[in-house]
Design a protein around this ligand. Structure first.
Ligand SMILES: [Zn+2]
Length: 279
């Protein structure tokens, strides 16, 4: 992986005029040549322009995974030239709202690749994979229609709320112009797949529990988790057994290796999987 984008930039400037087209071309071709699939480690393949809603895919045809799986992962690239307050944005623009919700329900929602680049420094500065399993309905909100045309055509835009994605699902591969070890990225990707298993409904409970745990210290009690009861009630209206569900999610997260019971009703996070935990 090489963070230098100067050759891509000079090529794109020859063909394109608009700054947004140039930026799109630069980051797309850089990603094609430099990024790897976080699951199997091979190069990502680009979809042909305008044929798919996704940008890249991988069929995981490495020798190690060949016998395990033939399925395919899709990725969508979101590139941005500036970050608010020097961190990844809290929310990004998604596709049409109902199409997006349907793709979530069908399990076709792609993993995201967020790239932060600087045209002035001719360099990719930050990069983040967001695993598709870490998205649920609570991450997607409707946008207000911005034009009369959109209103007439019943077109509803969406926003993807990245703040509502648990830390587990956000896996940096480049941070502040530094390339992070590929093994670490792949280890964390595999951890998401073993922890966020199940259908959309089950995953949304686990995802909400992970979000709560992100806000708790590295060791916490059952009471600490219960103090977020209102959050669960809001996200799962009509459920009358919230405390029971909270206990169940903690149990699942223990069984899947994300948490440990450390006695006297206390839980401890696996710090290898949550590098952003509070001290
Ligand atoms: Zn792969």
């Amino acid at each position: 992986m090489d963070l230098d984008i100067s050759s891509y930039l000079s090529k794109a400037i020859e063909t394109y005029k608009s700054p947004s087209q140039i930026a799109r071309k630069v980051t797309e071709s850089w990603a094609r040549d430099n990024l790897y699939c976080p699951r199997c480690g091979l190069h990502l393949h680009p979809y042909k322009d305008n044929t798919e809603v996704y940008d890249f895919y991988c069929s995981h045809r490495s020798k190690r995974l060949l016998l395990l799986s033939y399925d395919k992962d899709d990725f969508q690239l979101k590139s941005m030239k500036s970050f608010p307050r020097n961190r990844f944005p809290n929310r990004i623009i998604g596709a049409e709202y109902y199409t997006t919700i349907r793709s979530l329900e069908l399990g076709a929602f792609p993993s995201l690749i967020l790239l932060h680049y600087s045209l002035r420094e001719k360099e990719v500065k930050d990069g983040l994979f967001i695993h598709r399993l870490s998205f649920n309905r609570n991450n997607i909100v409707r946008r207000k229609a911005l034009s009369q045309l959109a209103i007439r055509n019943n077109w509803v835009g969406s926003e993807i709320i990245l703040d509502a994605v648990p830390d587990l699902g956000k896996i940096p591969m480049i941070s502040d112009s530094e390339i992070l070890p590929k093994e670490e990225v792949m280890y964390r990707w595999a951890a998401v797949e073993s922890i966020l298993k199940g259908d959309l409904e089950r995953r949304s409970w686990i995802g909400d529990m992970l979000l709560v745990i992100d806000r708790l210290p590295s060791t916490f009690s059952l009471e600490d988790a219960y103090s977020f009861q209102h959050f669960f009630e809001r996200n799962h209206p009509g459920n009358r057994h919230i405390k029971e569900k909270i206990r169940q999610q903690l149990q699942i997260l223990r069984d899947r290796g994300y948490l440990r019971f450390v006695g006297r009703g206390r839980y401890q996070k696996d710090t290898a999987l949550s590098p952003q935990v509070l001290p």
